[in-house]
Unconditional design. Structure first.
Length: 256
């Protein structure tokens, strides 16, 4: 089974976007790093470990990396035995590019017993709580995701007003029919962090559908995003461009 056929079974929106993307590019273009600048956003279609060594001077990291729990991504093997290598490579790079500044990483509670092996001492856990609305055949429910925070230059109360956030997913921005990402983060939670953190530039090395980028743009900050999946990358570029245009329209109406 080809990757297109697999994608069509799992997510027809992803398969259609992947077909269009490949039709517009040569084999060489598909395999080299692509850099795209959209307003205050600098976006890379690449493996983050090819780009991170070239970056520095980042104010903060807000990202949702693979969890190593066997999640069925479209183009990444999330096998549990890959988690150790990913964290061993990722965390030192994030510390370096931020000069030991604030980092926020969504994680799975299934890996809680291993966090002390990878994250700096005295890391903190932020509770990203979510209220799911009633759906046909299902009752309303509450869940939460752990977000790991660390910083060698500040404490959590310097960066956030509180170490929890509650998102009402009734007006959820993410699970629209055309979004190719299987489980995007709630925009309101990314916005909570991007608004509050003391940083002019925010990096997301696992950009996905661009939720952190949209949040950073709306927060009036510069954004650097990296995404290896070409379909996710194109979708993120579209979302971020729309966010920039929307902010510019608002500013135009506010001008005397």
């Amino acid at each position: 089974m080809t990757d297109i056929q697999h994608a069509r079974q799992v997510n027809p929106f992803y398969a259609a976007r992947l077909n269009r993307y490949r039709a517009q590019r040569s084999i060489g273009e598909l395999h080299r790093v692509e850099k795209r600048v959209i307003g205050n956003a600098t976006l890379y279609r690449a493996d983050c470990f090819d780009v991170l060594p070239t970056l520095s001077g980042i104010g903060a990291v807000v990202t949702d990396p693979p969890y190593g729990i066997g999640f069925k991504y479209r183009s990444y093997d999330d096998a549990p035995d890959k988690y150790d290598d990913l964290m061993q490579r990722l965390v030192p790079q994030l510390i370096r590019v931020t000069n030991n500044g604030p980092c926020f990483l969504w994680q799975s509670p299934l890996k809680a017993a291993e966090w002390h092996r990878y994250f700096p001492a005295k890391f903190r856990i932020i509770a990203a709580c979510k209220i799911y609305p009633k759906r046909p055949g299902k009752s309303a429910c509450l869940s939460w995701d752990p977000i790991i925070f660390w910083s060698g230059r500040s404490r959590i109360h310097d960066e956030l007003p509180r170490d929890w956030h509650l998102a009402d997913l009734t007006p959820y921005d993410g699970y629209t029919g055309g979004n190719p990402v299987p489980c995007p983060r709630p925009l309101v939670q990314a916005r909570y962090i991007c608004d509050a953190v003391n940083a002019d530039t925010i990096l997301d090395p696992f950009m996905g559908s661009g939720t952190t980028g949209v949040a950073a743009i709306h927060a009036g900050k510069q954004f650097v995003g990296i995404e290896r999946d070409p379909v996710y990358f194109e979708y993120a570029c579209e979302r971020i461009a729309r966010a920039i245009n929307a902010d510019e329209a608002v500013r135009a109406t506010e001008s005397p």
